[in-house]
Design a protein around this ligand. Structure first.
Ligand code: SF4
Ligand code: SF4
Length: 94
């Protein structure tokens, strides 16, 4: 079930909640973190276990990646996905 709500002007819209971030694509730039006003995201170091040999990883120098720390606080504004230059985010509507 999606959580349809309304704009101030009364137009219905469906929030899109941040559900996952593709660690293989993330370059740790922090753009998404800066636009999120709900403290949902956090930047973490890539540990030994997170090192990726995959061809999909765009920036082998990236030492950090973004994760979803507080998924329950997301309002579904979608700003993080709009600002991400690598298309890392996946969203859900409920
Ligand atoms: S959708 Fe909005 S509230 Fe949710 S993580 Fe992204 S920027 Fe933050
Ligand atoms: S904007 Fe995209 S690439 Fe940059 S830290 Fe966020 S998820 Fe990673």
């Amino acid at each position: 079930m999606s959580a349809t709500t309304f704009t101030r002007g009364g137009t219905p819209y469906t929030p899109t909640y941040a559900d996952s971030i593709d660690s293989k694509k993330c370059i740790g730039c922090g753009r998404c973190y800066k636009v999120c006003v709900r403290d949902v995201l956090t930047l973490i170091d890539r540990g030994e276990d997170d090192e990726i040999d995959d061809d999909d990883w765009d920036d082998e120098d990236a030492k950090a990646m973004m994760t979803i720390k507080n998924p329950g606080d997301c309002t579904g504004c979608g700003a993080c996905g709009r600002t991400c230059p690598k298309g890392c985010f996946t969203f859900v509507t409920a």
